[in-house]
Write a protein that binds this ligand. Structure first.
Ligand SMILES: *[C@@H]1O[C@H](CO)[C@@H](O)[C@H](O)[C@H]1NC(C)=O
Ligand SMILES: *[C@@H]1O[C@H](CO)[C@@H](O)[C@H](O)[C@H]1NC(C)=O
Ligand SMILES: *[C@@H]1O[C@H](CO)[C@@H](O)[C@H](O)[C@H]1NC(C)=O
Ligand SMILES: *[C@@H]1O[C@H](CO)[C@@H](O)[C@H](O)[C@H]1NC(C)=O
Ligand SMILES: *[C@@H]1O[C@H](CO)[C@@H](O)[C@H](O)[C@H]1NC(C)=O
Ligand SMILES: *[C@@H]1O[C@H](CO)[C@@H](O)[C@H](O)[C@H]1NC(C)=O
Ligand SMILES: *[C@@H]1O[C@H](CO)[C@@H](O)[C@H](O)[C@H]1NC(C)=O
Ligand SMILES: *[C@@H]1O[C@H](CO)[C@@H](O)[C@H](O)[C@H]1NC(C)=O
Ligand SMILES: *[C@@H]1O[C@H](CO)[C@@H](O)[C@H](O)[C@H]1NC(C)=O
Ligand SMILES: *[C@@H]1O[C@H](CO)[C@@H](O)[C@H](O)[C@H]1NC(C)=O
Ligand SMILES: *[C@@H]1O[C@H](CO)[C@@H](O)[C@H](O)[C@H]1NC(C)=O
Length: 411
């Protein structure tokens, strides 16, 4: 009893020692960005920041050098849809010309609180629909940057939980040059209410980062649910509900000649994938003879990837490997990919495809030989008007370790 009381007292003392910065909201549509940035500067170490109001944000949130900071977001952070202002002022990141509204950086950071991050995406999608003004790989251009609502960048030991994200103009979350980052209980809803579609509405993109976990989350969007970009290692994605997405995707990788891309040690488990273009996907560019190529020719590897307990419904390609991604078929045949794919395992992938690919439910096509690809517990039915199921394989060295019979692709 006495020990417990003592422990409690110490804990209370610690809690009291934490400096707290509560951020007021100006109201009337005025920019709360400067006050938020100021609070993060003042409360950058061993502190708590409270965001419990409705904030209008019209300037870049640069919250850096944080050390042991709790952020209670129980209110709403809503970014203004001011394209002319944000396009130059959002922070450019060094991948696919992605930019961000909020760069959250430092160590030992806990963001939580049940609040909302609102990207106000409708104006961006409507404008994009009519101008198609985009940078490389669908990313931002200097005149039309579609910023990412939350980037965890140059950070270690970060937990983001119990947050809602709506209306992202581009990817919802970017894990950038970070390690030991966990997201849980995140609800993402990126839905357009006009005739223009949303664009590049990925739930998560992970880049140059390791030890990242995404779990217990709910995603309604129209692009990758979670995507592992170059140099994503030691990743866990589990207990996810994804609707309308492009699947859980490794890649795309190998786009740039002279660059080495690695995705390794990925565990994807207990996924419900509904109304999607893909289920478990790996996409790698083909080779290219041009040393300056930006359409394939990169090297590296995809290794030790596990997809387990993966349920699909109305999904076009439940299981897909494409090692000639966005590559001219003739170029790819002559220059197979130099980015190897091996040690990929599918356990208990079940459910029904959409029928969009006819009878095909599995499509594993490598341009160079892929090694140690296995599947057990596969129970897939072709949906739509299909009457049987078909599994396509090309250059898979371990066809005998798949629990279905492969046929060669037509061409
Ligand atoms: C994208 O970024 C590259 C540099 O990484 C730059 O050369 C290019 O102009 C950018 N594209 C656009 C459309 O801004
Ligand atoms: C992130 O870290 C890299 C490498 O340490 C550095 O070059 C870059 O400026 C940092 N980015 C930001 C936005 O702080
Ligand atoms: C989106 O583009 C399509 C095709 O160009 C057009 O018909 C539609 O009206 C556009 N939607 C909006 C909201 O501008
Ligand atoms: C699997 O994920 C769903 C969310 O999609 C969750 O409700 C369920 O509890 C998870 N199952 C296990 C065994 O963790
Ligand atoms: C799931 O996505 C489909 C479109 O792909 C949409 O019509 C449906 O409303 C979504 N379901 C939920 C529960 O959000
Ligand atoms: C990925 O990591 C490898 C090995 O550390 C490195 O050589 C390569 O440059 C990295 N690639 C990217 C895109 O950061
Ligand atoms: C494969 O990746 C998992 C994490 O997903 C890791 O626990 C395991 O040690 C890795 N295995 C090898 C042989 O690298
Ligand atoms: C994968 O995990 C294994 C086992 O933990 C580790 O030895 C290896 O370095 C990891 N691979 C990468 C590329 O991080
Ligand atoms: C596949 O699912 C079955 C039934 O749910 C379970 O018993 C088995 O352990 C699973 N296999 C793997 C390899 O996860
Ligand atoms: C199924 O057949 C009907 C009637 O021929 C056709 O309208 C529909 O598009 C087909 N569905 C698919 C998924 O191919
Ligand atoms: C694969 O084909 C062989 C020979 O036709 C047949 O014996 C076997 O049952 C088939 N396996 C599956 C999983 O359909």
């Amino acid at each position: 009893m006495i020990t417990n009381f003592f422990t409690l007292t110490v804990l209370v003392a610690f809690a009291l020692a934490r400096r707290t910065c509560k951020v007021p909201a100006i109201g009337g549509g005025e920019d709360d960005g400067p006050a938020i940035n100021a609070a993060f500067k003042k409360c950058a170490t061993k502190s708590k920041i409270v965001l419990d109001k409705y904030y209008v944000v019209d300037s870049l949130l640069m919250t850096e050098n944080l050390d042991d900071v709790e952020i209670e977001l129980s209110g709403t952070v809503q970014y203004t849809p001011d394209i002319a202002k944000w396009s130059p002022q959002s922070l450019y990141l060094t991948y696919q010309n992605a930019t961000t509204f909020w760069f959250l950086s430092g160590k030992d950071i806990h963001l939580y609180g049940g609040g909302t991050i609102d990207g106000n995406g409708q104006v961006w999608w409507d404008t994009y629909n009519n101008t198609h003004d985009s940078g490389t790989a669908g990313g931002s251009s200097t005149t039309f940057a579609r910023p990412i609502p939350l980037t965890i960048g140059n950070a270690t030991n970060v937990v983001v939980e119990n947050i809602r994200q709506i209306g992202s103009p581009f990817w919802n979350n970017f894990v950038y040059q970070s390690s030991h980052v966990t997201y849980k209980n995140i609800r993402i809803n990126t839905v357009s209410y006009s005739s223009s579609p949303t664009a590049n509405s990925d739930g998560w993109d992970i880049y140059r980062s390791s030890y990242v976990t995404v779990e217990d989350s709910h995603v309604n969007n129209d692009d990758d649910c979670v995507s592992f970009k170059p140099n994503s290692t030691n990743i866990i994605v589990q207990n996810m509900w994804c609707n309308g997405s492009h699947g859980i995707s490794v890649g795309s990788l190998g786009q740039y000649a002279g660059e080495t891309d690695i995705v390794a040690n990925v565990s994807v488990k207990n996924i419900t994938m509904l109304n999607a273009q893909n289920g478990a996907r790996i996409k790698v560019f083909g080779g290219n003879p041009d040393p300056e190529s930006t359409v394939g020719g990169g090297t590296g590897f995809v290794r030790n990837i596990t997809f387990r307990d993966f349920y699909v419904q109305n999904v076009d390609n439940p299981i897909l490997i494409n090692q000639c991604y966005s590559t001219n078929a003739d170029v790819c045949a002559q220059y197979p990919s130099k980015l190897t794919i091996s040690d990929v395992h599918y356990y208990n992938v079940t459910g029904t495809s959409s029928g969009a690919e006819g009878n095909v439910v599995v499509d594993l096509e490598c341009s160079a030989t892929c090694n140690d690809i296995t599947a057990t517990g596969t129970h897939l039915i072709a949906g739509g008007n299909s009457t049987s199921t078909e599994y396509i394989c090309k250059n898979i060295a371990t066809q005998d370790q798949l629990d279905f019979n492969c046929t060669a692709p037509n061409s």
